[in-house]
Design a protein around this ligand. Structure first.
Ligand SMILES: [Cu+2]
Length: 508
C-alpha cells in the first residue's frame, strides 16, 4: 500500500468516526419524551426538533431575483418541494442564445426556503422534453451525495427522497450527473435557505443573486447560438461570468430596487463551476455578512469571498440614492465578461453622507441599460443577409459607446492632448480601408498627427471585438461627425484579421 493511500484511508476513518459521534446523538434525542425546543437550540446544534407536525406544506418556490416569504412557523413541518428540470434555449447576452439546463426554468434555479428541523419531501421531475438525465445534490442535506444518490432522473421521470434539514444556513444545490462540470456550467444550480427556528431578522428587501461562469464556443458577445466549449471549461477560461445566468438580468429594467433608509439582504450564491467570486457592491459597505452562508456574523465588510459551491448572506442599509453596482471584483469579469448588476436606490439625497454625483456613467458605459437592441437587430439582419448600412450604423453606435467612447468620447471629440478626435479626423480620412480596420484590431502606437495636433500614445488592440462588431463600429465612425462616409463589411475585417499582425505604423 502506498504511503499516500494509507494517509487517505486514515483520514477517511477519522471522518467516519467523527460522523458517528456527531449526528446520531442528535437523532437519538428525537425519540426521547421531550425533544429540544426551538428556543433551546443553538446555532451549532443540528436542528432535529422531533417529527414533523401539522399538515404537510407545499414550499413556495421563486425565480431569481425573488426570495420566498419568511417562515413564521414555530414547529417543524413536513415540507413538499416539487422541482422540475427544464432544458431550454435562452439569451445569454443580447443577440446570443445558449441552451441552458435549469432547475425550474431559470438560472439560477428556483429558491427554496425551509425551517431548520423541517422534514423535506423532495420531488425531482425531469421534463419529457429533456435530452439528458439529471439529479440534485443539496448542500443542506446530510446524507450520501446530498440527495444525488437518490434522485437520478431520466427524461419524463420523477424521483422522490426525504431529508431532515438539520443545519441552518444558506446552501447551494446543483446537479451532480456526469459530466458534473458540464451540468453545472449549463446553469444547474440554485440556493436553499434553512432558516433558524426563531426566523431571520426582518429586512425591507430580500434578493437572490447567484454567480456562474459560462463557456461558449464563440467569443464574449459573439452573436447567434453558442454551444458549450468543454476545452475552455477544463482550462477554466470562461467566456461569460454572470449574475443570474444572463447578461442584463440585473441591469436596466431588471435592476434590483430599494428606497433610501431601507435594509437589504442579499442571498448570494456561487454555482461556479470553476471560479470563486470576490463579491462587492460598488458604493456600499456590507453592515453584516454571514460568510460562507454559516452562522458567524462579520461586520463592515467591503468584499466577501464566495467559493464555488458556496454562498453568503449580505446585509446593509441604504443611505443615499443612486445606482450601486454589484460586481465580482476580479474586475475584468465585471466589465468584460458580464458579472455586473445594479441596485437602484431611490429617495432623497443626504449631502452630509455623499455629495451626490452619480457613478453610473463612470463605471457602466453602455451597461446600465440593456440597450443593445440595435446590435441584435444588426445581428439578425446579418444572419438573414439583409444587413443595411443603417443597421450597421445603429449597432456601431451602441458598440462605440461601450468600447471606444471612454477614450474618444461619445461625441468623437477625444480629450485634448490625450486621445485624438475621431470627429472630422483628417488622419482617419486618409487611411486605406485595411489600415483603418487594423486600428481597432491591432491597436495603434507611435506618433500620429490628427488635425494638426501630434499624439504619441498607445491605443490597445480591441481583441474582444468580433468581425461584425469592428465592421459596425467603423461604419458608424465613418458616417458620423462629418467623416467621409462609406461602409466596412465583416468579410473585409475577417481578411485583415487573417493577415499577419503588421501593426499599422504610425506614419500611415
Ligand atoms: Cu443535470
Amino acid at each position: 500500500m502506498s504511503r499516500m493511500l494509507r494517509t487517505l484511508l486514515a483520514a477517511a476513518s477519522v471522518l467516519a468516526i467523527a460522523a458517528c459521534s456527531g449526528k446520531p446523538e442528535a437523532t437519538a434525542s428525537a425519540g426521547t419524551a421531550a425533544p429540544p425546543t426551538a428556543a433551546a437550540a443553538s446555532a451549532t446544534d443540528p436542528g432535529d426538533f422531533g417529527p414533523p407536525r401539522g399538515e404537510p406544506i407545499h414550499a413556495v418556490l421563486t425565480s431569481p431575483p425573488n426570495v420566498p416569504p419568511p417562515i413564521h412557523r414555530n414547529y417543524p413541518a413536513k415540507v413538499i418541494v416539487e422541482l422540475e428540470v427544464i432544458e431550454k434555449e435562452m439569451p445569454i447576452s443580447e443577440g446570443v442564445s445558449y441552451t441552458y439546463w435549469t432547475f425550474g426554468g431559470t438560472v439560477p434555479g428556483s429558491f427554496i426556503r425551509v425551517r431548520q428541523g423541517d422534514t423535506v419531501e423532495f420531488h425531482l421531475k425531469n421534463s419529457p422534453d429533456s435530452k439528458m438525465p439529471h439529479n440534485i445534490d443539496l448542500h443542506g442535506v446530510t446524507g450520501p451525495g446530498g440527495g444525488a444518490a437518490s434522485s437520478f432522473t431520466a427524461p419524463g421521470h420523477e424521483s422522490q427522497f426525504t431529508f431532515k434539514a438539520l443545519n441552518q444556513g444558506v446552501y447551494v444545490y446543483h446537479c451532480a450527473t456526469a459530466p458534473v462540470g458540464m451540468h453545472i456550467a449549463n446553469g444547474m444550480y440554485g440556493l436553499i435557505l434553512v432558516e433558524p427556528p426563531e426566523g431571520m431578522p426582518k429586512v425591507d428587501h430580500e434578493y437572490y443573486v447567484m454567480q456562474g461562469d459560462f463557456y461558449t464556443v464563440g467569443k464574449y458577445r459573439e452573436k447567434g447560438h453558442q454551444g458549450f466549449d468543454m476545452d475552455k471549461a477544463i482550462d477554466e477560461k470562461p467566456t461569460y461570468v454572470l449574475f443570474n445566468g444572463h447578461e442584463g438580468s440585473l441591469t436596466g429594467d431588471n435592476a434590483l430596487t430599494a428606497k433610501v433608509g431601507q435594509t437589504v439582504r442579499l442571498f448570494v450564491g456561487n454555482g461556479g463551476p470553476n471560479l470563486v467570486s470576490s463579491f462587492h457592491v460598488i458604493g456600499e459597505i456590507f453592515d453584516t455578512v454571514r460568510q460562507e452562508g454559516g452562522t458567524v456574523e462579520q461586520h463592515n465588510v467591503q468584499t466577501t469571498l464566495i467559493p464555488s459551491g458556496g454562498a453568503a448572506m449580505v446585509e446593509f442599509r441604504t443611505q443615499v440614492p443612486g445606482s450601486y453596482v454589484l460586481v465580482d471584483h476580479s474586475i475584468f469579469r465585471a466589465f468584460n465578461k458580464g458579472a455586473l448588476g445594479i441596485l437602484k436606490v431611490d429617495g432623497p439625497e443626504d449631502k452630509a453622507i455623499y455629495s451626490g454625483k452619480e457613478v453610473d456613467s463612470v463605471y457602466l458605459g453602455d451597461r446600465a441599460e440593456p440597450n443593445l437592441h440595435a446590435v441584435s437587430t444588426a445581428a439578425k439582419a446579418n444572419a438573414a443577409g439583409t444587413l443595411s448600412k443603417a443597421d450597421q450604423i445603429g449597432a456601431g453606435k451602441q458598440l462605440f459607446t461601450g468600447t471606444c467612447s471612454v477614450c474618444h468620447q461619445a461625441n468623437g471629440q477625444g480629450l485634448p492632448g490625450v486621445f485624438p478626435p475621431l470627429a472630422k479626423s483628417d488622419y482617419l480620412a486618409k487611411q486605406t480601408r485595411e489600415h483603418l480596420i487594423g486600428i481597432p484590431l491591432h491597436g495603434l502606437h507611435g506618433k500620429v498627427t490628427v488635425n494638426g495636433t501630434e499624439y504619441d500614445s498607445v491605443m490597445p488592440p480591441m481583441t474582444q471585438l468580433t468581425d461584425d462588431e469592428v465592421a459596425n463600429i467603423l461604419t458608424y465612425v465613418l458616417n458620423s461627425w462629418d467623416n467621409p462616409g462609406g461602409q466596412i463589411t465583416k468579410d473585409e475585417v475577417a481578411k485583415v484579421r487573417a493577415q499577419p499582425a503588421a501593426a499599422p505604423a504610425a506614419e500611415h
